[in-house]
Design a protein around this ligand. Structure first.
Ligand code: UDP
Ligand code: MG
Length: 308
């Protein structure tokens, strides 16, 4: 049996030594399995790729896929999953925020028959409070509207069985939201708790703007409710305006005509202008996704692969 470790990396020259030390320490405890470590270099501009090549020259279990530019972590994970040959794949970050020790527990659960073993960040004290807060809001709202759950406090750190890998390979979203896709595919799932650590070296690659766009991708990938909700909103407004119209007619009949009402009219016009723009923006989000799908561009471009 073979394990494939998939590690997306983007400008991670500081983390590599620490990562390889730790992953070999863990893999040595799993001596009944053979393994491959697939490093996906997501268009790094620093020395990540050349350092990786040194490692790969000494050790044939280390395989490298190097992208022609930065395509993002989701695409990097996909590339790893498409290239891996193991009976199970483990996806881990290179920065050791997800303690690699937990892989031992993942494998134990896999041996018990679970096919999708995901890590749950039960302790996120190492994340800034605003990140925790915004992540919390995201999971709460997306899970209300999504057609299959995205588990709270779950990242990409997980083990998936070959069956899940093959199922995921069939899902050809141009803008994949992997956390959703893993669960969408079904299969027997279980969570393993762990405490998220501070970054071992280097800096985070996700700023808040990137995270916001990532959240939008998560919502549009997993639900069409934002498109449909406007119908109901329109119905409510129509109903209210019907009542209000009746009120005005009655008032005119009883009290006669009066002219004031400029401020309220103006406010209502502005409000509905805003609502219509939001509504157009939502439709635009989805049309943008449709456009991307119809272009059928490759998801990512590999410049070089090593040891495959
Ligand atoms: N990463 C990547 N491509 C990107 C951004 C990040 O491959 O465009 C990798 C990064 O090298 C790391 C993992 O994804 O291994 C998680 O990124 P990071 O630690 O910056 O995110 P955070 O843990 O802060 O959410
Ligand atoms: Mg990190």
């Amino acid at each position: 049996m073979k394990l494939s470790i998939i590690v997306p990396m983007y400008d991670e020259q500081e983390s590599l030594d620490l990562f390889f030390n730790e992953i070999y320490r863990v893999l040595n405890q799993l001596d009944k399995y053979s393994y491959e470590i697939i490093c996906v270099d997501d268009g790094s501009k620093d020395l990540t790729f050349s350092l990786l090549k040194n490692y790969a020259a000494e050790n044939k279990d280390i395989k490298i896929i190097s992208f022609s530019r930065n395509f993002g972590k989701e695409k990097a994970m996909r590339a790893g999953l498409e290239a891996c040959v193991g009976d199970a794949a483990i996806i881990a970050d290179v920065d050791l925020q997800d303690p690699l020790e937990i892989i031992l527990e993942f494998v134990k659960k896999w041996e018990e028959g679970y096919e999708n073993v995901y890590g749950v960040r039960s302790d996120r004290q190492s994340d800034a409070w605003f990140k925790r807060f915004s992540a919390n809001c995201f999971y709460k709202s997306v899970n209300k509207i999504s057609d299959s759950p995205i588990y709270q406090n779950t990242g990409d750190f997980r083990l998936i069985d070959r069956k899940v890998i093959d199922a995921i390979k069939e899902i050809k979203d141009r803008r994949p939201f992997m956390k959703y896709i893993y669960n969408w595919s079904g299969y027997k799932s279980v969570g393993v708790n762990y405490a998220r650590q501070k970054r071992a070296a280097g800096k985070t690659k996700f700023n808040y703007w990137k995270l916001w766009n990532f959240a939008l991708d998560g919502i549009t990938a997993s639900s069409t409710l934002p498109l449909r909700i406007w119908t109901y909103f329109g119905f409510c407004i129509a109903f209210c305006s019907f009542l209000y119209g009746g009120y005005i007619v009655a008032k005119t009949v009883i009290q006669g005509i009066d002219m004031p009402g400029y401020a309220s009219t103006f406010t209502v016009v502005l409000f509905f202008g805003g609502v219509q723009l939001i509504c157009l923006g939502v439709i635009g989000e989805y049309i943008g996704r449709i456009l991307e799908e119809t272009r059928r561009r490759p998801e990512y471009i590999v410049r070089e692969s090593v040891n495959f």
